[in-house]
Each structure stands twice: as C-alpha cells, then as structure tokens.
Write a protein that binds this ligand. Structure first.
Ligand code: BGC
Length: 483
C-alpha cells in the first residue's frame, strides 16, 4: 500500500553553487573564494587536505541549468534547492559600504539596518551580470512551477574575507580570518539584504546557512581529517566560529523577516544519528556530549543565543534578547555514527570517545541506517518544537547499486515519522540531483540521481524510483496498512 505524504509536501533535490555551477564554459568559473583558492593550492594538495580535483570540471549548472531543471520535472519534483555563491556576486569587498549596526559589549553584531542608497552602493560593487544570470535561472525554475529553497550560504567565502591558505600556515598572522572575525557577520548581513532585495520574488523558502556545525568542526577542529579550510584543530577557534555563525544566522533571519514577515526562513545542521555502542550510563553520557558538541550547541546558540565558551556542556552565556530564532530547522541526515566511551579518567572528557567504523557502508564509509532519519527528526522536533525540512539525504554510491534502496527505506522511515509520530516534516530534498564536486574528496564520491557517463548525465534506477515516489506523492510499502 502507498504511504502517502501530506498534500503540500515538498519533494525535490538539493545542490550547492560551488559543487555544481562550474564546468566547461569559462564564464562558469568563480575563482574568487577561499574554497577555490584552497582546492587549487599546490601545498594544500601536497599536504593531502584536498584531492587535487578541481571544481572547474563540474556539471556547469551555470550554463546547463535548463537541462538539469528538466530532470527535476521528469522526476515529478515540485521543489528544488539551489544556492547563491557569495564570491561570484561580490568579487570585490563590500567593507566600505555603510550599514547601521548594533553590537553588544563583546562586539557581536545582532541588529542591522540599511539606508536608502545602500542597494545602489552595493550595485556599484556587485557583479551585476551574475545577479542577472541568477535571476534568469530562478525565472526558469518558476516557469516550470517549482518552489525554490534558496541557500544563501553554502561554505565558500569571498577571498577578501578569508585567506584560508595563510590562516592554515599561521592563524595569528593571517589578516583575513573569515568566520573567526566578528566583522564577517556584518558583511554577511549586507550580502543577505542585497540578495533578499534582488531575489525575494522568486524564493519560497530561505535557507540562511548550510550546516554551520560542519563549517566550524571540519574547518577548525578536525585539522586534516576532512580537508576543510583552514584545516585547523583548535577547540577555542571552533567555539568562536560557532558563535559568529550563530550571529550570522540570527542577522540573516532578522533582516529577511523585517522586510517580509511572511517569509519562511531557517537554518540547517548536519545531524547524524549518534548511537551508543553499549547501553551503559557512561556510553549514554558520552553520546549526549557528542551530540551537544556536534549540533546541540550550535542549534542552541543559533536559535536562542546560548553559548558555552569552554565546551563544558553548560551554557555560561545566554543572550535570548538578541536572538530571533528560526521558522524551521533543516535536517541533513546521511548516516549513523556509533560512539564508544573511552574509559580513562586521565583523558579530558571532551576526548573520551571514539567513533566506530560503519556496519553497512557507503563508498565514503558512512553507515547506512534508515531508522536514524526518524530518530533524529523526532528528537529534534521534541526538543525545539519547530517544523522540519529534510534538506539533504543521500549516499555516495559510485556503482549506483545502493541508492534506490537507500531512498526507499529512508522515505518509509520518514513517512512513519510524520504519520505515526506526528512530527511536522515539510519536505524532502535528495542530495543530490547529479554527481558533483564533493569538496575535499573531489569527484570520487558520487551522490547523483543523474550520473555522469561518457561526458553526459544519464538517469538511473534511483532517479526512476524517485520519480515514481514524487508522481504518487508517496512511497509503496507492501507491508503497510492505513487503518
Ligand atoms: C553537504 C554537501 C555535501 C554532502 C555530502 C553535506 O554535509 O552540505 O555539500 O556534498 O554533505 O558530503
């Protein structure tokens, strides 16, 4: 029997500008960002932070958007998640453009206003050709009657804000420190107001920041593990970056809502399902701590202004009066992580855990675990009481043998979440529409519903399956009875 999703449920796919826009045509290349510089730097490649693959060899969504949007239509999607590349629009610094800024005594920016000639000043700096081109893409999507979820920021920062290679060498000596600097929040606010002004007619859902927890953890805690700029490993910097990203979401939320109180605006987090290896007190304790570090802290700071500057597990600073919250929480769910408690009192509590290898593995060794999408959604809703959107869910599966089953099982679990658990999940966006540039890992990992074969994108068994789901607004499950 068909497990039917709610009438207005959004079914779509997700991509990000840096991962899909660039390709064969010269005008698609957007070279003025930290990630671009980072992925091309010989030293960074030699030190194996990144694969040596270049985003320049991507799907060229910039020029081929019609073809890709056709695939979405073919699949019966009613929505699509795309993004804007900040560094493509603002190759040059906006630092000299004035905004009316309110800061607290620490220098955190929590309120911004803009004068009447603000947009004209920003226009004189922006790449207006790029703005027009984004409009063309969005107009085309609207013509095809898809809802647009627009991600304002999905990781690359303009070079004038972040010199990741220098910061990697010595963070104390680099003068463009990206999200470590509080002033980056102010530049983000200007960018947000600008893109709101230019694109608000087309946008159905505003997604402010993609996974701030991953920006902070992969870039500032994991060192060389995930290869993210600036590749550092420092708890204090991680906390500062989380703090600034919390203020960045907050400022974006306030700016958009003040200009349109009906806008639907939210943030997303990467949320694996963390499972204790054993059901013991210590194991459960450490799992809760890992969840807190991984996403709880960032969500609490982004939504309520609760900070924990020492990562002790206790919020020691709370500024709810500066924070406006969110309309929804975007969940990016891919996998389960089984956590082992390391029983050693000599180790700082913050390091007393190990992540165990995957049991059912994808190509990049993420543990395939469909029930996790239900567990995570349920827990997050019960804790924060905000509607949810699955903004990413997918699998690295270069042979294309696991993806169909992956989607089917995750959607059955998602349906149970909504139907049996009464959890308000508003949409599902599969990562990703097509194979694309997988950040530090390059093109090795393939997440696409449409896959690259002999220089052409082709549909797959999984895209055909997803197409049936979207056309039926439901997933078939022979064991299901709707009493
Ligand atoms: C990111 C995507 C990425 C995906 C798979 C997510 O955390 O938002 O950009 O491609 O993971 O690695």
């Amino acid at each position: 029997m068909l497990r039917k999703f709610p009438e207005d449920f959004m079914f779509g796919t997700a991509t990000s500008p840096f991962q899909v826009e660039m390709g064969k045509s010269r005008d698609s290349i957007s070279p003025e960002s930290d990630w671009y510089q980072w992925s091309h730097n010989d030293d960074i490649i030699k030190k194996t932070y990144v694969s040596g693959d270049f985003p320049d060899n991507g799907p060229d969504f910039w020029n081929n958007y019609r073809e890709f949007i056709e695939y979405c239509i073919e699949m019966g999607n009613n929505s699509i998640r795309i993004g804007i590349d900040w560094a493509r629009i603002f190759k040059k610094s906006t630092e000299k453009v004035n905004a009316i800024i309110k800061k607290n005594e620490n220098g955190d920016i929590y309120q911004m206003d803009f004068s009447e000639n603000f947009i004209a000043q920003m226009d004189s700096i922006a790449d207006l050709g790029a703005v027009e081109h984004y409009k063309k893409i969005m107009e085309y999507i609207k013509l095809k009657k898809l809802k647009i979820v627009l991600t304002a920021y999905h990781w690359p920062l303009p070079l004038w804000l972040h010199d990741a290679v220098k910061c990697n060498e010595d963070i104390s000596k680099c003068n463009k420190k990206g999200w470590v600097d509080r002033s980056t929040v102010g530049e983000f606010g200007k960018y947000i107001y600008y893109i709101w002004y230019k694109f608000n007619n087309y946008v159905d859902v505003w997604h402010t920041i993609n996974e701030p927890n991953i920006i902070a953890i992969n870039g500032y805690l994991y060192g060389n593990l995930e290869g993210f700029p600036p590749g550092l490993s420092d708890y204090q910097l991680t906390v500062e970056v989380m703090r600034n990203l919390a203020y960045a979401h907050n400022i974006a939320y306030k700016i958009i809502k003040r200009n349109d109180k009906h806008a639907y605006v939210g943030i997303s987090m990467a949320m694996p399902y963390f499972e204790p290896e054993l059901d013991t007190e210590e194991n459960n304790f450490i799992v809760n701590y890992v969840k807190y570090i991984f996403y709880g802290l960032q969500l609490n700071s982004s939504l309520y202004g609760n900070f924990d500057n020492s990562l002790s597990g206790i919020f020691n600073e709370s500024r709810p009066e500066e924070f406006a919250g969110t309309d929804f929480i975007g969940i990016d769910y891919y996998s389960r992580i089984t956590v082992r408690y390391i029983n050693n009192d000599n180790i700082d509590i913050r390091y007393r855990f190990a992540f165990l290898p995957c049991k059912k593995c994808s190509d990049n060794y993420w543990d395939i675990y469909p029930e996790g999408i239900r567990f995570v959604s349920t827990e997050i809703f019960n804790q924060y009481r905000k509607p949810l959107i699955i903004l990413e869910n997918g699998i690295a599966d270069s042979k294309g043998i696991l993806r169909k089953d992956f989607i089917e099982k995750h959607l059955i679990e998602l349906h149970r979440t909504i139907k049996d658990g009464h959890i308000p999940v508003k949409g599902y966006f599969h990562w990703s529409l097509m194979d694309n540039y997988e950040w530090a890992r390059g093109y090795k990992d393939k997440f696409g519903l449409y896959t690259l074969k002999d220089e052409k994108f082709e549909k797959t068994e999984a895209s055909e399956f997803y197409s049936t789901v979207c056309h039926n607004n439901g997933v078939e499950d022979k064991d299901y009875r709707d009493y």
